[in-house]
Design a protein. Structure first.
Length: 347
């Protein structure tokens, strides 16, 4: 079914890579030291945050992320989750919180050997449980450099069993390797970042470009136009404002090549509908006429006025319709205080 869209409407936007668990991270206490490189950022920020997550914090984080997505016109998110001290059941908490708000989500547990073989086994089991129970997801791997070859092979096997792809960070920083992925990838895999991959890397799957995250982590420019893989756009956990991510993707390309046009980055945004076809039937009405790439590349303050997902109006007149946005924010603020206290204790 093709939607008939007015000039101020688009289908639902898709975020092809995010970390819903990080929605409460804004305002978190400063790390115990200033990270000097990408590994430092992982160790001092994200690998402390994920250890502090529990069921309650995750639930409030997920509801806030879903609300934030609605307010940005994103109707479908592809999530990569890690909470090493609370693994079993974690994916269902994310899925349930999103269903409450009415936003679609594909979520997966990022398996890793950073917490020993038991941690890797528990991550694989959570993916298997969620998919076996009919959850919408993939099989997650953190990244090849934190996984044993056997773990990577087990994830690929599990993905084949469920007929889904593997969702994995690849060559984000210069510490990562990808040799162990080479014989396993398939077209339904999601390869996140690819900053340090050679042009002819040979890996199959959709490459997901996250320009703001790459700049923020100072890992370099992925220059995704050089790959033969399909390319989609993600936020890597920094909200779900896909128009903003599109603008950044465009202007980063433009910085290096003035002949770059917005059509390239817009095509990456549209590739989200190949990954999450349901979103193409969603309808977002914007406070802006003529939703075309050249205009949007230079127009800020473009926001949805109404969002329809799966035929249901879930956002109207600046507010979510199925949930009380103010209540979600208040509960999220309380959960954030508890999270921040846990992080202070970990110093
Ligand atoms: Zn990521």
């Amino acid at each position: 079914m093709e939607l008939t869209l007015a000039p101020n409407q688009t289908p639902g936007l898709v975020c092809a890579h995010t970390h819903i668990y990080s929605a409460l991270a804004r305002g978190m206490p400063a790390p115990p030291g200033v990270p000097a490189n990408f590994m430092g950022i992982l160790e001092l920020v994200w690998w402390r945050l994920d250890r502090a997550l529990d069921a309650d914090i995750l639930y409030h984080s997920a509801r806030l992320a879903a609300l934030d997505a609605l307010e940005s016109g994103a109707t479908a998110l592809i999530d990569h989750h890690e909470s090493p001290n609370f693994i079993e059941g974690s994916l269902s908490i994310i899925a349930d919180a999103f269903a409450e708000v009415g936003v679609a989500v594909n979520t997966t547990y990022g398996v890793t050997d950073r917490h020993g073989p038991e941690g890797a086994a528990a991550g694989l089991a959570e993916n298997d449980r969620f998919l076996s129970e009919g959850g919408k997801g993939m099989v997650g791997l953190h990244a090849a450099f934190t996984c044993e070859p056997d773990t990577i092979a087990a994830a690929a096997e599990l993905a084949n069993k469920h007929g889904v792809g593997v969702h994995v960070h690849v060559a984000e920083g210069d510490v990562d390797t990808w040799d162990d992925l080479e014989d396993l990838t398939a077209d339904n895999w999601l390869l996140i970042h690819g900053v340090h991959l050679p042009d002819d890397h040979g890996l199959l799957g959709t490459m997901v470009h996250n320009p703001r995250s790459n700049m923020n982590n100072s890992v370099g420019y992925a220059d995704p136009a050089r790959f033969s893989n399909p390319v989609a756009l993600g936020t890597d956990g920094i909200g779900s404002d896909m128009l903003d991510e599109f603008r950044l993707a465009f202007v980063k390309g433009r910085e290096l090549d003035v002949t770059t046009t917005p059509d390239t980055a817009w095509g990456w945004l549209e590739a989200g509908w190949d990954l999450f076809p349901e979103a193409k039937n969603d309808r977002v009405t914007w406070n802006y006429e003529l939703m075309d790439p050249w205009r949007l590349a230079y127009s800020t303050n473009v926001h949805p006025t109404q969002v329809e997902i799966g035929g249901e109006i879930v956002f109207a007149n600046g507010a979510a319709t199925k949930v009380d946005g103010a209540e979600i924010r208040a509960k999220a603020a309380e959960a954030a205080q508890r999270l921040f206290a846990k992080l202070e204790e970990m110093k």
